[in-house]
Design a protein around this ligand. Structure first.
Ligand SMILES: Nc1ncnc2c1ncn2[C@@H]1O[C@H](COP(=O)(O)OP(=O)(O)OP(=O)(O)O)[C@@H](O)[C@H]1O
Ligand SMILES: [Mg+2]
Length: 209
């Protein structure tokens, strides 16, 4: 069994926590954040989502690849690629960058996000979960950034009453266009909330948007 302690923690989402693999630097292990059904099922939904993407598109550069399950001190974990910058630092998500107190180059982030969404549309890649914490920006040696999706469970985590958009191409494309617009709106919104906060207006979290 692999023991995961807090020194290895990279980040938390709503249903999972993500740790560095203690023995294997290029990998992370995602574990349920609690014992609720959605938390326990998330890793299996991601593995299904990953297999679907591989079947449909073959090898993709824009996702964190999944490698299977391991037993950990925090329950069953899913092993995935750890997304890093070219200097080995673990890459920040768009949320980390936009929400940081340091000024970031908003126009550059917006341009990278727009190009990324255009690429997904051009290749008709079935990814929709454009939460700011689900996209890492991996800084390359030439100082450009590559956007990589960290969370692939979206297709099997569809909250629509009847999840047609997980199966019908036209609806999937419409959903991706909508989510791409939301991504740009969210980046602008959270950047403004962080850097030009309005008095008496608490900072939102991505889940509030
Ligand atoms: N492959 C990875 N490489 C590096 N960091 C990662 C990776 N996967 C996840 N993370 C970090 O862990 C955080 C949570 O991961 P993830 O999105 O998988 O959790 P989740 O609970 O399923 O998310 P959600 O809240 O969207 O349901 C990310 O925001 C990121 O900071
Ligand atoms: Mg996530």
């Amino acid at each position: 069994m692999i023991v995961l302690d807090d020194t290895l923690l990279i980040g938390r989402g709503q249903v999972r926590s993500c740790y560095r693999h203690p023995q294997d630097e290029p990998l992370v292990i995602k574990v349920p954040a609690g014992s609720q059904k959605a938390q326990i099922q998330a890793n299996h939904k991601e593995m299904k989502g990953y297999r679907f993407l591989l079947r449909r598109h073959g090898w993709l550069d824009c996702i964190s690849h999944c490698h299977g399950f391991v037993a950990t001190s925090h329950g069953e974990g899913l092993v995935c690629d750890c997304i890093r910058d070219s200097d080995g630092t673990i890459s920040q998500t768009i949320w980390d960058i936009v929400h940081s107190r340091n000024k970031c180059d908003l126009d550059n982030i917006l341009a990278i996000a727009a190009q990324f969404c255009a690429y997904l549309a051009e290749k008709d890649i079935w990814l929709f979960d454009f939460n700011l914490k689900n996209i890492a920006l991996s800084r390359q040696s030439d100082n450009t950034c590559r956007a990589i999706i960290l969370d692939l469970k979206g297709r099997y985590d569809n909250n629509e009453f009847i999840p047609f958009s997980s199966y019908i191409g036209y609806l999937a494309r419409k959903k991706r266009e909508r989510r791409a617009r939301q991504l740009i709106e969210r980046i602008n919104y959270f950047y403004a909330a962080r850097h030009n906060p309005q008095p008496h207006c608490p900072l939102p979290s991505p889940a509030d948007f």
